[in-house]
Design a protein. Structure first.
Length: 262
């Protein structure tokens, strides 16, 4: 009898482990599919994710190879590239209406700030998010096939205690000057206490807040490194001696105007 009970307990443990592994595998695929499905609808640009992993037991996870493309009219290959990012959440909150994320840490993202000194790609993506979410209060609606019943909108909300972006680089590409660019550091970004009220925030609202911070940081970094960016403009000119001061003044004035629009 004792052997039967021990055997049953072992079988139960094995079954539980297999269930967690299988559910975790499907959850990883669901995260990747969700990012690549909702990301383009939210931003109106191509969004791809290489892989995602999340442990249901510890609540720790990571994503690899996130790429956010550029809107039409911009020529650089992408706006944002993230090699790896880690996250930590409350596993039990996955069963509730609000998922509690303790931290999201993005290390060393590569940001392309493409500008014609009047507008820039990051600001356009942010405008797309604002338009899609109705100013950040609604989630993008899924297109419905003719004859199908209306699909319910996602009800999951988020709470993000810490969202940290560090070690990033900004590649400033000047559209009117052949895409010549300078690479400068992105100031570290730390967003705290997002969605801690009972209502939480939607994924669209989170994306809006993060994009606002990234676009602001990239613009300020570019404006603070006018000399290096101006050198790129001078190098592109056929007559550097004649165009040098004009290029530097033009870049300085243009980036200054972008900052004034904040």
């Amino acid at each position: 009898m004792k052997k039967i009970i021990v055997g049953a307990l072992i079988a139960l443990v094995v079954l539980l482990v297999l269930t967690v592994l299988v559910v975790g595998l499907f959850l990883d695929k669901a995260i990747k599919r969700g990012v690549e499905t909702w990301g383009p609808r939210l931003t109106k640009v191509d969004v791809r994710l290489q892989s995602a992993s999340l442990s249901l037991l510890s609540g720790s996870g990571s994503i690899k190879g996130l790429m956010v493309g550029n809107p039409p009219g911009f020529t650089t290959p992408s706006a944002i590239q993230v090699g790896t990012a880690s996250l930590s959440l409350e596993p039990r909150s996955l069963l509730s209406d609000k998922i509690v994320v303790r931290s999201i840490i993005v290390q060393g993202p590569e940001i392309t700030f493409e500008t014609d000194l009047k507008n820039n790609n990051l600001k356009k993506i942010l405008a797309n998010v604002q338009e899609t979410t109705g100013g950040g209060t609604k989630e993008p609606a899924k297109p419905q096939e003719p004859g199908q019943p209306k699909e319910a909108k996602p009800t999951k909300k988020l709470q993000v205690d810490d969202f940290i972006i560090s070690g990033g680089r900004v590649h400033v590409a000047l559209t009117g000057l052949g895409g010549q660019s300078a690479t400068i550091p992105l100031p570290d970004i730390h967003l705290q206490s997002l969605g801690q009220g009972p209502e939480g925030i939607t994924p669209g609202e989170l994306a809006k807040l993060v994009l606002e911070a990234v676009e602001k940081g990239a613009t300020q970094a570019a404006a603070g490194n006018v000399t290096d960016i101006g050198k790129a403009a001078i190098n592109f000119s056929k007559d550097p001696n004649q165009a040098g001061s004009n290029a530097l003044n033009s870049v300085s004035k243009g980036l200054g105007n972008l900052l004034k629009k904040k």
